[in-house]
Design a protein around this ligand. Structure first.
Ligand code: C2E
Ligand code: CA
Ligand code: CA
Length: 768
């Protein structure tokens, strides 16, 4: 999520930076282009201003010469002569409209044209000429008037007037002429290039005196009206902004120009970039303008180019980021899948279970049942046939389990052969659990072989107060532990189970220290043969703890096996028993067999054989005096590993007794394969044989079979004389039970031996 955010932030950052770059590039391009346009305009502007200035200087000179010529010898009084002179001059200056000599009062004195002088207007009377005429009277230099239509010449002209003075400086007359506004003079011929125009503005009258590119019918509109005040205002403020100068100040610093500004141009019907140069001698602004459309086109083209690069660049970045993001989220999904799923079965895993409850604990309204499923006997298959087969079975188990849940969210592989199912219908949890056991108990076909396994299920139900998965799981696990004792069964967690479990934890805790605290000791239960003589003793472990009191071996042996201390505990018991019995035999001169119980976990210890033989050797007993009791489960679970050890022990003359015979799964065929010397008929058969004929028959058969395969038989739990007699009738060899003696502490056993010496047990009256 974080990465996702980061990677897209990166994109937005790139986008923002590239946008800024685009804008700033564009802006600088705009400035460069504008600068270039202004530079071009500036040089054109200077050129035009200069050439206009030169032509004005020329005209001023001409007016001076002509005027002085006319005044000289009062030639102007001779109309014809004067006219001839002026006409002659006019030929050389076609751009000029005509010459006139005017007295300081505004009356024409002579004229180049053939008009009647008296009918010509007084220049001081006409609005169009008055201002410039008066200004000419004041000025040493030639002045330019406002462009106007001069009817006698039928032409639009820029009036030029130059006052002629006598030696004292008084104005004698004013020489006047006009530049025609038409295409013939230099104004019209100047090639400015496309979309450009020029205008001359009279600074004194603030009016345009010439504008290029307008048609004659527009002259009246452009020349008769002065420049609108808002236009002047706008240009003024641009000059202030760009140069810190007002128009008047700019005029005073004419050599600082050209000055640039932008303004809407009627001729272009567009905003125009303008360059202005001021001719201080004649008070004329020469302005060159170029329509901004050219610049705009270039700018648009540039912008489009830049934008294209921008789009392509960002599209590539976008694609890259998207690809990275895509890959990233795919990787994330895969990781997430692996984090939440079991790779073998594809079911959700333990981690996901925790996650679900973390989310669900927020809404505890729904009550649920946690089913903790543990497969029975799976370990044996795994050990015997390898993990490949084991895995295939687990996959089949997971498929069968999946048929029980509506949402796959509710089934989890917890680890190994453990599965968890969450049901939201707590009323049906027990029947469903039974159904699950039934389904899982059906045989599995893998690689052409059939396998049978079972399942034990523990159930824990959530409550409003207890919705914590860890607690529920441990409760279900405790219940499962109880169910496991019976196998293929279901157990619902209860306070009783909790107590059992607590006790188990307590036992585990104390058991680890029991040996070093001297709490473990051995009791001995005598065994007799048919003649009533002492045959041997079975050594049985006892544990008395200050806090727990007496703990039955049925309980603690099992726990010792589970927590992995059985090899040590078993070795301790064996050593103690053999040593004590060897000592007793020495002291009492009674010789009897010594039978010790050995757990399957001891057999799995690779040094078991060595340790066992050492214990015998250390005790001083002969190995032929010792019997080793094993249970049938030993052969079912670990036959391959147990059998060689048994054979080794057998070879050393250690007798092997098969304990609890008849309760397990032993087959007759197996009996033949194993090096067994003695069958111990389980207590439960003996217990019921007097009432139950079936059991009686079984006991009889066991004894017969044993006789046939050359083993001798021992009956456990003989409590009453009738049992002993019946057993003797069937041919049982050895007897053990409360009828003779309970398991006795060492000292009790010694006392028992002494009394036994005195009063030997009567031989059984059996007719065998
Ligand atoms: P087991 O090997 O079948 O031992 C015989 C059990 O039957 C003993 O129980 C014994 O006290 C009891 N018993 C003997 N005669 C009678 C009788 O006439 N009536 C009744 N009701 N019971 C009788 P105990 O001592 O409680 O041992 C229980 C089990 O614990 C043993 O069953 C054995 O499986 C295990 N066990 C005891 N000591 C050891 C040991 O040192 N090593 C191992 N591996 N297992 C042991
Ligand atoms: Ca036993
Ligand atoms: Ca037994």
């Amino acid at each position: 999520m974080l990465l996702k955010k980061n990677i897209w932030s990166l994109f937005y950052l790139i986008l923002a930076v590239s946008t800024l770059t685009l804008l700033s590039l564009f802006h600088s391009k705009y400035q460069t282009l504008e600068h270039a346009v202004f530079n071009e305009l500036a040089s054109v502007n200077r050129l035009i201003s200069n050439s206009f200035h030169s032509s004005l200087v020329e005209n001023e000179l001409l007016l001076d010469i002509l005027g002085n010529n006319l005044l000289e010898n009062q030639t102007y009084l001779d109309q014809t002569k004067a006219q001839q002179l002026l006409k002659k001059m006019l030929y050389t200056k076609p751009e000029l409209a005509g010459f006139g000599l005017v007295d300081p009062q505004g009356h024409f004195l002579s004229l180049s044209g053939s008009m009647d002088i008296d009918k010509l207007p007084n220049l001081l009377d006409m609005d169009a000429s008055k201002e410039s005429f008066e200004r000419a009277l004041q000025s040493e230099r030639m002045v330019l008037g406002t462009t106007y239509f001069f009817p006698p010449l039928n032409a639009w002209v820029i009036p030029l007037r130059k006052a002629l003075r006598d030696e004292t400086g008084d104005v004698v007359a004013v020489m006047t002429t006009g530049i025609r506004i038409d295409d013939k003079n230099f104004l019209g011929k100047t090639d400015l290039g496309q979309n450009r125009g020029v205008q001359f503005v009279n600074a004194h009258s603030q009016s345009r005196i010439y504008i290029s590119g307008i048609r004659p019918e527009q002259y009246a509109q452009y020349y008769s009206e002065g420049i609108a005040p808002d236009v002047i205002h706008d240009i003024n403020s641009q000059l202030v902004q760009n140069y810190g100068l007002t128009v008047i100040e700019a005029q005073k610093q004419a050599d600082q120009g050209p000055y640039f500004f932008e303004h809407y141009s009627n001729t272009f019907a567009h905003t125009a970039l303008q360059s202005a140069v001021y001719d201080a001698d004649y008070g004329i602004w020469a302005v060159v303008a170029e329509s901004a459309s050219r610049l705009n086109h270039t700018l648009i083209k540039t912008f489009v180019d830049y934008l294209l690069i921008f789009i392509v660049f960002n599209a590539i970045i976008f694609w890259l980021i998207k690809t990275i993001h895509h890959n990233e989220s795919r990787t994330r999904q895969t990781l997430q899948f692996h984090a939440n799923h079991d790779p073998l079965t594809g079911l959700y895993n333990r981690y996901h279970l925790q996650q679900i409850f973390k989310q669900r604990s927020l809404q505890k309204t729904q009550v649920c049942s946690v089913l903790f499923i543990d497969l029975d006997n799976f370990k044996n298959i795994n050990d015997a046939f390898g993990h490949g087969i084991g895995d295939k079975i687990l996959v089949q188990v997971s498929k069968r389990l999946q048929t029980f849940v509506s949402h796959s969210e509710q089934i989890f592989r917890f680890g190994g052969d453990e599965f968890v199912v969450i049901l939201f219908d707590s009323d049906k949890d027990i029947p469903i659990a039974r159904e699950i056991i039934q389904t899982l108990s059906q045989s599995y076909e893998v690689d052409g072989m059939n396998f049978n396994i079972g399942a034990s299920i523990g159930i824990a139900r959530s409550t409003q107060e207890n919705f914590f998965i860890d607690t529920l799981l441990s409760q279900a696990d405790m219940a499962m532990y109880e169910a496991k004792k019976r196998k293929n069964s279901v157990e619902l967690f209860s306070d009783e189970i909790k107590q059992l479990s607590d006790r188990k934890v307590f036992i585990e805790h104390h058991l680890r220290r029991a040996m070093e605290h001297g709490e473990i000791y051995v009791v001995y239960q005598p065994q007799f043969n048919r003649q009533g003589t002492l045959y041997g003793v079975e050594c049985l472990a006892r544990w008395e703890n200050p806090e727990l009191g007496f703990v039955s071996p049925d309980e603690f042996i099992h726990i010792a096996e589970e927590i992995g201390i059985m090899p040590d505990l078993g070795q301790f018991i064996t050593q103690t028993a053999l040593r004590e019995m060897a000592e007793v035999q020495l002291r009492s001169s009674h010789y009897f067999r010594v039978s010790v119980n050995v757990s399957v976990k001891q057999f799995l210890d690779p040094h078991f054989y060595q340790k066992f033989m050492t214990a015998i050797g250390d005790s001083g007993l002969q190995s032929s005096d010792v019997t080793l009791e094993v249970t049938e489960s030993l052969f079912i679970e670990e036959l391959d590993r147990v059998l060689p050890v048994l054979e080794q022990l057998h070879a050393q003359n250690v007798s092997i007794a098969l304990d609890d015979f008849g309760t397990g799964y032993s087959s007759l065929c197996m009996l033949r394969k194993l090096p067994i010397n003695e069958l111990k008929i389980d207590r439960s058969f003996v217990e019921h044989m007097l009432q139950d004929l079936k059991d009686q028959g079984l006991v009889k058969s066991i004894i017969e079979i044993a006789q046939k395969v050359g083993m001798h038989t021992l009956a456990e739990g003989v409590e009453v004389q009738q049992q002993a007699e019946l057993l003797a009738k069937f041919g049982c060899d050895v007897y053990q039970g409360y009828l003779y003696a309970k398991p006795l502490k060492l000292s009790e056993f010694e006392t028992f031996l002494e009394s036994h010496e005195a009063e030997k047990k009567k031989p059984l009256n059996a007719n065998v």
